[in-house]
Design a binder for this molecule. Structure first.
Ligand code: ADP
Length: 361
């Protein structure tokens, strides 16, 4: 197994599209890193560069410390699993697993050992003599993973491997992939556009947007401290509420102006640099009903969505009807559209972003 690093990597395709812009990132040996981003953000290009299927137009890629820019895909010993993994339909599971080893002229005894190893690892023993069409979707996916693993790759790349599975199976195979990675300790780079997959699987998550790395962080840090307004909106469902904000110092007090609303911040809240053109951010679960007028504001309910254990309440501050925000309140909330309630923020959860969209600490 091996770590991976991208050092100032660029990729501009022949048609002039720049898919990766100066990427600097290091994935540790044995790490499961998830790459997430909207469609067209460069996720697949990143994997293809690493696998050697595309050549970078700048920078250096290393696997296990060795520069691989000039190495062929075979020399890199990388396994890749795609969403439309194709098993050979006329071969049994055993033959499918053995095939990549035969192609590499690996001895029969060693082939048998490795097939037994992956079969044990992935619980494929009882399926070895079946044909792919005699397997469920999840079982086929496991065989595809096994076929990649028997090669004992130094890095494992997965490109949206679950997108063809139904939701229940997705959750199950997702857990299996995480478990497999922990047991084998392999370096895994997993591409998805699904947040739940990213948050539950990734030891770290890299967020790409327009070919640029916006942030790489552990899931909790990514959620709690987004590096910019793009990450703040991209991670979390519903996303973080963003609003034009102004921080003003009045005597000992710091006032947060949210349009026409003014809220005194508790002194314990670390103040962002005071300024007129900030963007404030608050997660929906950090907005609470508050009967006390001090530190709260009246809001008009625009809509509610009851989703069982919680209710999403879409509202506008009464003094700022242009602004639309959403609060996540526990349980069922008997709120009528058009009704009024007082809301407050958990002030320690407030985030501020500068005019360039970058987070202020
Ligand atoms: P993602 O996987 O995040 O959807 P891609 O890496 O596939 O993004 O694509 C990033 C950008 O590069 C897109 O604008 C896409 O159109 C472009 N692109 C991808 N592959 C090629 C190619 N072979 N030739 C030209 N442009 C490409």
């Amino acid at each position: 197994m091996a770590g991976v690093s991208f050092e100032g990597v660029e990729k501009t395709y022949a048609n002039g599209v720049t898919a990766i812009v100066h990427l600097d990132v290091e994935i540790d040996d044995g790490e499961l890193a998830v790459v997430i981003g909207p469609s067209g953000s460069g996720k697949s290009t990143l994997l293809r560069l690493l696998a050697g299927l595309e050549e970078p137009t700048g920078g250096l890629i290393r696997i296990g410390g060795m520069a691989v820019n000039r190495k062929s895909p075979q020399e890199r010993n990388i396994a890749m699993v795609f969403q439309d993994y194709a098993l050979y339909p006329t071969m049994t599971v055993r033959e499918n697993l053995e095939f990549p080893l035969k192609m590499r002229a690996i001895r029969s005894a060693e082939r048998t050992r490795r097939v037994r190893w992956v079969a044990d690892l992935l619980d494929l023993g009882p399926l070895l003599d079946r044909l792919p069409r005699q397997l469920s979707g999840g079982q086929r996916q496991r065989v595809a993973m096994g076929r990649a693993l028997v090669r004992e790759p130094s890095v494992f790349l997965l490109d949206e491997p679950l997108s063809n599975l139904d939701p229940q199976l997705r959750a199950q195979v997702r857990t299996e992939i995480g478990d497999l990675q922990r047991r084998t300790g392999c370096t895994m780079i997993y591409v998805t556009h699904d947040q739940i997959e990213a948050m539950t699987l990734g030891q770290r998550i890299a967020v790409l947007h327009q070919g640029r790395l916006r942030q790489i962080a552990q899931p909790r840090a990514l959620y709690d401290r987004p590096a910019d307004t793009f990450v703040a909106r991209f991670i979390g469902s519903p996303p973080m509420n963003l609003f034009p904000a102004r921080l003003e110092s009045v005597g000992e007090q710091i006032l947060l102006h949210l349009g026409e609303v003014s809220l005194p911040l508790p002194t314990a809240v670390p103040p962002a640099p005071l300024g007129p053109h900030l963007t404030g951010g608050i997660r929906p679960e950090s907005i609470r009903p508050c009967p006390e007028p001090h530190g709260s504001f009246p809001a008009t309910v625009l809509d509610t969505e009851f989703i069982g254990h919680e209710t999403l309440v879409h509202f506008s501050p009464q003094e700022d009807p242009e602004l639309r925000m959403v609060a996540r309140l526990p349980g069922a909330q008997p709120l009528q559209r058009g009704s009024t309630l007082r809301l407050s923020f958990l002030f320690q959860d407030l985030r501020f972003f500068g005019p360039d969209g970058r987070a202020l600490t």
